[in-house]
Design a protein around this ligand. Structure first.
Ligand code: UT7
Length: 325
């Protein structure tokens, strides 16, 4: 049976030039490089320059993805930006990216699912493509979390970083089997009962301010591995695959202990797990496309590889995508 698949044509990423090391942070709050590395695996993160906005990061990543795909920007008929740190409350950061690319056709919108933003955006793009409503979709995860951190709160300010990653997806015919290239299955979940465990204490309708990120770290940690593995089991069940079939596991990069714990529970060896949290910190919706970019650039992920993505974050929201690169 012939089916429409969303195939990755190109990928690109962008990290702001400035890095902030754990040692730098130790001079700002009561923390140590040892504590941060032991609890999170993070060594350094990138921080956007004063005038650099989320759309600037997103645009830089998008241009690289489009160049890698070898396509004209005007041929893109949908742009989705996964972000929780938009330039402005409105319009969508995706509209700034669209204008920056010189595209005047198609549609552009933001999608807000915090750290699960890229998985939610990829799933949305896949549905547009399979419904025949878009042929080429630019999916971006871009964040400037440095702007919503409370730099006096050592329990959160050491965890996050800024960055962006982008993917060009294109409709292609497949056979309807797991040998097809492209997205094979997507699974999204949310449970708003946990909305106060990881949130920003401001917003246009509540405080009329931007607010700061607040997190019950231990509570998030407690739920993370179970939620992640559940939704990955759903992906395996839907496709008749198993952990042994996965060539590369590219999880959301929140914490090294969560990544290792999930891989272990699933039976995926650490050699097949892509980890960038040490250099990027948690970049929320940008973490997966940034990690994918690194693993494609260094030759680990190749055409035909089975790649498993997962994310979990504020809401709670969580999800998985299984695709053949
Ligand atoms: O993208 C999804 C969103 N986020 C996550 O996935 C994060 C999930 N949570 C975590 O990664 C971990 O819970 C943290 C890394 C945030 C914290 O690790 P933990 O092992 O759960 O530590 P804790 O919060 O229980 O804190 C242990 C101690 C506390 O001191 P006392 O009360 O034992 O004296 C904290 O005050 O560590 C202290 N502490 C710090 N010490 C040095 C908290 N932050 C720091 C810090 N430096 N930056």
């Amino acid at each position: 049976m012939t089916v429409i698949r969303s195939v990755v044509r190109g990928i690109g990423s962008y990290l702001p030039a400035r890095t902030l090391t754990n040692h730098d942070l130790a001079a700002m709050v009561d923390t140590t490089d040892e504590w941060i590395q032991q609890r999170t695996g993070i060594k350094e993160r990138h921080i956007a320059a004063e005038k650099e906005c989320t759309s600037d990061l997103a645009l830089a990543a998008a241009k690289k993805a489009i160049a890698a795909a070898g396509i004209e920007p005007e041929s893109i008929d949908l742009i989705i930006v996964g972000t929780s740190t938009p330039d402005n409350t409105f319009p969508a950061t995706a509209c700034a990216v669209q204008a920056g690319l010189g595209i005047t056709t198609g549609a552009a919108f933001d999608l807000q699912a915090v750290c699960s933003g890229f998985v939610f955006a990829l799933t949305t793009a896949d549905n547009f493509i399979r419904a025949g409503q878009a042929r080429r979709v630019l999916v971006i995860g871009a964040e400037t979390f440095s702007r919503i951190l409370d730099w006096d709160d050592r329990t959160t300010c050491v965890l996050f970083g800024d960055g962006a990653g982008a993917i060009v997806l294109e409709a292609a015919e497949g056979e309807g089997t797991t040998a097809d290239r492209g997205i094979l299955t997507c699974h999204l979940r949310s449970d708003g009962r946990h909305k106060e465990k990881l949130f920003v204490d401001g917003g246009p309708s509540s405080t009329r301010t931007v607010g700061h990120l607040r997190m019950e770290g231990k509570e998030v940690f407690r739920h993370a591995v179970g939620m992640i593995t559940d939704v990955i089991e759903d992906a395996f069940a839907a496709t008749g695959t198993s952990a042994g079939d996965v060539d590369w596991f590219v999880p959301h990069q929140a914490n090294r202990r969560i990544i290792d714990g999930s891989a272990k529970k699933l039976g995926i060896p650490l050699e097949k797990t892509v980890t960038t949290v040490d250099r990027h910190g948690n970049t929320s919706a940008a973490s997966i496309p940034l990690a994918l970019s690194v693993a494609v650039a260094d030759g680990r992920i190749k055409e035909g590889d089975l790649v498993l993505l997962e994310a979990m974050g504020g809401g709670f929201t969580w999800g998985s995508v299984l695709l053949r690169w």
